[in-house]
Ligand binder design. Sequence first.
Ligand code: MG
Ligand code: MG
Length: 244
Amino acid sequence: MREAGRIVALAHEAVRQAVRPGISTARIDAIVEETIRSHGAVPSFKGYGGFPASACTSVNEEIIHGIPAKTKRLKEGDILKVDIGAEYKGYHGDSAWTYPVGDIPEETRKLLDVTREALFEGLRHAVSGNRLQDISHAVQTHVEKHGFSVVRDFVGHGIGKRLHEAPEVPNFGEAGKGPVLKAGMTLAIEPMVNAGTHETTVLADGWTAVTADSSLSAHYEHTVLITEEGYDLLTVLEGGDRHG
Ligand code: MG
Ligand code: MG
């Protein structure tokens, strides 16, 4: 899983260097697929439930599951969420990141900062002996303190030999509830945060989830290993601690 995670992180690094005004989301997808396959892994998302691409590319009010397209070109001021999964020797890694395209407005920057901070606020509670919803509660508290909303319709998840495993990891809820965290568990923790309402709808393509009020949405995700002392980030480069 550490190697699967490292390959996902390499794909993100390639995306980070490629994102700029004018590039298409299909090109981003091609970069992701090429990076994953060149390291002997397989894109987890391609064909998953019929998904047609290797990366989910979601722009602005699109929350998750955006389908890459040649005709979809990024513009200055957009935000692009890229969600990447890789399977290596039967194990998966899963990580999403939000990339600013050129200069973005201050208010958009704040949404990105708060969402990324919320992931790491949640992770502070990802330690053996805690309850799963201690993570959820910390994420929700940080987001709402800044006046943003947490998506309810999509949640994080266990991960390992399958991309999505039990338990679900919601980004909202009461602390002290849910399964007890144990060393050796591997979870994908992934706050999705909207500038407006938390409500969502799915576009006619059957995949792309968007905010119901067309407000902006941000998404950050890491696959982590629970340890006795805390958490270990798996979707990072060697010795990396990718805070953004
Ligand atoms: Mg993901
Ligand atoms: Mg995930």
